[in-house]
Design a protein around this ligand. Sequence first.
Ligand code: URP
Ligand code: ZN
Ligand code: ZN
Length: 484
Amino acid sequence: MSKYDLIIRNADIATVGDRYRADIGVRDGRISAIAQGLEGQAVRELDAGGRLVTPGGVDGHCHFDQPTSDGSRFADDFFTGTRSAACGGTTTVLPFAAQQRGHSLQEAVDDYHRRAEGKAVIDYAFHLIVSDATRDVTQRELPALIEKGYTSFKIYMTYDDMKLDDRQVIEVLAAARKHGAMTMIHAENSDCIAWLTEQLLDAGLTAPRYHASSRPMAVEREATHRAIALAELVDTPILIVHVSGREAVEQIHWARGRGLPIHAETCPQYLFLSAEDLGIDDADPMHGARCICSPPPRDKANQPFIWNGLASGLFSIVSSDHAPFNMNGPDGKRVAGENASFDRIPNGIPGVETRLPLLMSEGVLAGRIDVHRFVELTATNPSRLYGLYPRKGTIAVGSDADLVIWDVFGEGEERTIENAMLHHAADYTPYEGMKLRAWPAVTVSRGRVVWKDGEFQAEPGSGAFLPCLRPRAPNAGNPLQKWI
Ligand code: URP
Ligand code: ZN
Ligand code: ZN
């Protein structure tokens, strides 16, 4: 008789393509059998009791313990960040090894491994951030790192310490095409932001809500269009990260209509937060700092366009863009002092634990997307795009046993989000007070039960680093452009 480490019985399994009732047998961290009435013994059995079981979430965009240049510090390191992810049903995270100008990419990777080692409680891979796109970086370092399993990188069109000019963007895209990697682009026009910021500050308009005025939709729309044009020129796929509203959605729609391989990511903040959350009066000027992130949350009229993009297939993935800074203390949102102008407040909000519950509750249970699309957006697509599929992002024999058993609450039994119940180290959540109809009851990471009945149960360091495969063949693209 077969022996399993774990059997999950009576699971209502949902993947991108299927939904069926079965038992799941796990051996050595992998799914080794899926069957109705699975025979055999297990060291441990869990009864899902007919509850929904989805693949563990893959969060393709989060920031833990990333070095900063303004004296601020991310609230989460790899332990608290991955603990929070696990308790919210995520079993794989892809944070960023960020190159510092004047330093090599390899230095960033080595440093980031040191930060993760002995701390992560779920599996993790690294994206790179390329901030110094020298010839040596694009022609030697990137290819060597892609070979070693760092097959995706983010580039910025804004932020003074990160941004690349168009020529440098092209060089990075050309390297991605040649070596089969995926480029993620933060699309906002840096010069427009600098000019608008100067105008606002000169006029004394410094409160957090003017963050939105300094980065209006046109700034994102223009950069999104330019990123698409540059990718078309080089003939390579890109992924536009954290798309915030209608006008950027329209650019992506236009590009897809031209048959261009443009992928897009959005995040819960663009579905659930709005410009109003940046503050509507100046009584408590720092209050709106909680929701400062870039691109900023837009006015509420934009939210239906993001929901439609999730339902229609326009978006490929939903990530958290978890970038947590504390409201209290000297190294978070207040790093530049009390009442600092909006441009000196660190950008980013926490959300790695709330990503899946928010989307299950307000997306699936509210009837805006179906459960298959939920799985695709939150697990399968990020895994495919970043070279982790089929090890991650699905429920199949041979895949890692990364699973979520869901509790769904009836009307009047909703769970109210409070920061105290979350497992990050940030001192607030922007979703405080929201009532949700679903929450992960159990999270299983490579066969280990890491979250159950409200208890986190994993050891620091039990998560493993995952080298990623190339998401595409090298030199894939139009054969007429082989000369690139
Ligand atoms: O405001 C944000 N999104 N902070 C995190 C860094 C980034 O650009 O994704
Ligand atoms: Zn970004
Ligand atoms: Zn980010």
